[in-house]
Design a protein around this ligand. Structure first.
Ligand SMILES: Nc1nc2c(ncn2[C@@H]2O[C@H](COP(=O)(O)OP(=O)(O)OP(=O)(O)O)[C@@H](O)[C@H]2O)c(=O)[nH]1
Ligand SMILES: [Mg+2]
Length: 374
């Protein structure tokens, strides 16, 4: 396992929010198989344009890095291309910021060719203004981690790289637009056939894919999707068909056919370019009739997670879609599953052991039915 240190700097480093954010960065690092050995924090009125933090702190980190065999130094703040370049000069380890780290994770996780292209596009966009700093970072690693030559620096090589990257980006953009067109044709078909769609959304690691599996096991063909106790286990959109019975027992037995989609999870401070890159994947959520916002109640930060999810939904244009809040992992916190009479559109479940799944399905069909008759 590679070793890393984290660096967090800001105006208010004593707040719970600041600590949560660093905790999350640690989770992100471990999702990338990086072991966090030390955390450096610094109170800052204003970031230094050259190296972000104070130069004394840079020295302290450089020394620590050398003495403790650190491979990567991860900043929780977004660094400018110049800052990355300067920090690479002074610290003998690879320098990453939050966006760079999330990109690394996305690269590892992308499975379908669409997800791979989206991540590659976001990576190139991120690299473009950072080529110089990257070159220093790359030569430090002996060229690992990038596909471009690091021989012969200098202006002309960078200009050439820029041109190559620009060309690749426009090819990717074209291919992605084609895939997106196909998807919208399929979506139109669904709308025409009046098939309801439901999208799972929520913070990463909340249990969206686990819930999908529980619903598919009970109401679908049992075809499983990938779950893992890591941030961003899912990057691709998966759609599964469910047939949920509804109506009371005296009525004739009816089934509602719905399509359920599972996709990438959200996180606080998600880089804008990444949201943009995944916009077409997230479109599945934007076009849904109902959203299931999956929340990990066992996490002490779940209120912040819900806030981030709602904010991100508004950002991608899904702010007006009805939401059912699904409080998941009740087994961990010993909370009773089911619907509380005082709560509207909220349900407590454990996707892991299937508790509350039938009540959730009933709530879902009721909401969809109500929506239909309006
Ligand atoms: N104890 C318990 N664990 C759960 C429950 N639901 C999910 N988990 C676990 O939580 C972890 C994350 O679950 P996933 O379903 O992969 O979460 P996700 O929301 O799809 O995460 P990303 O795809 O990374 O955004 C896994 O280790 C699951 O086994 C639950 O109800 N109880
Ligand atoms: Mg998932």
């Amino acid at each position: 396992m590679m070793r890393c240190v984290l660096v967090g700097a800001g105006m208010m480093i004593q707040t719970a929010e600041f600590m949560e954010s660093l905790d999350e960065l640690k989770g992100l690092a471990s999702s990338c198989d990086l072991e966090t050995v030390q955390v450096f924090t610094q109170q800052l009125k204003k970031p230094d344009p050259a190296v972000y933090i104070g130069s004394g702190k840079v020295q302290e980190i450089a020394l620590y890095t050398e003495e403790n065999d650190i491979d990567v130094v991860i900043f929780n703040n977004t660094l400018s291309p110049l800052q990355i370049s300067n920090l690479s000069d002074r610290i003998g380890a690879r320098i990453l910021d939050r966006t760079g780290l999330i990109l690394d994770i996305f690269e590892r996780r992308a499975r379908t060719s669409e997800a791979r292209m989206q991540v590659e596009y976001a990576r190139l966009k991120y690299m473009l203004p950072r080529l110089e700093g990257m070159r220093k970072n790359l030569s430090r690693q002996g060229g690992a981690g990038g596909s471009m030559s690091n021989k012969g620096s200098g202006e002309s090589q960078i200009e050439l790289d820029k041109r190559i990257i620009g060309r690749r980006m426009s090819i990717l953009k074209k291919r992605l637009a084609e895939i997106e067109k196909n998807r919208s044709v399929m979506r139109d078909k669904r709308i025409k056939n009046n098939i309801k769609t439901v999208a799972l959304v929520g913070y990463t690691n909340a249990g969206k894919s686990t819930l999908m599996n529980a619903l598919v096991k009970r109401y679908g063909n049992g075809d499983k999707v990938y779950t893992e106790d890591k941030l961003f286990a899912t990057l691709d959109t998966t759609v599964r068909k469910l047939r949920i019975p509804y109506g009371n027992l005296n009525e004739q037995y009816k089934c509602m056919e719905i399509l359920l989609s599972d996709t990438v999870g959200f996180i606080s401070d998600i880089p804008h370019d990444l949201i943009n890159a995944f916009r077409s994947t997230l479109e599945e959520a934007v076009m849904a009739d109902i959203l299931l916002n999956v929340v990990d109640v066992s996490s002490p930060d779940h209120a912040m997670h819900t806030e981030v999810t709602l904010k991100t939904l508004a950002e991608i244009g899904a702010g007006a879609i009805p939401v059912i809040t699904v409080m998941n992992k009740c087994d961990v916190s010993g909370i009773e599953t089911g619907i509380r009479p005082s709560d509207d559109n909220r349900i407590y479940i454990s996707a892991g052991n299937g508790k509350g799944i039938e009540e959730l399905a009933e709530m879902l069909t009721k909401s969809l039915f109500r929506k239909n008759t309006h």
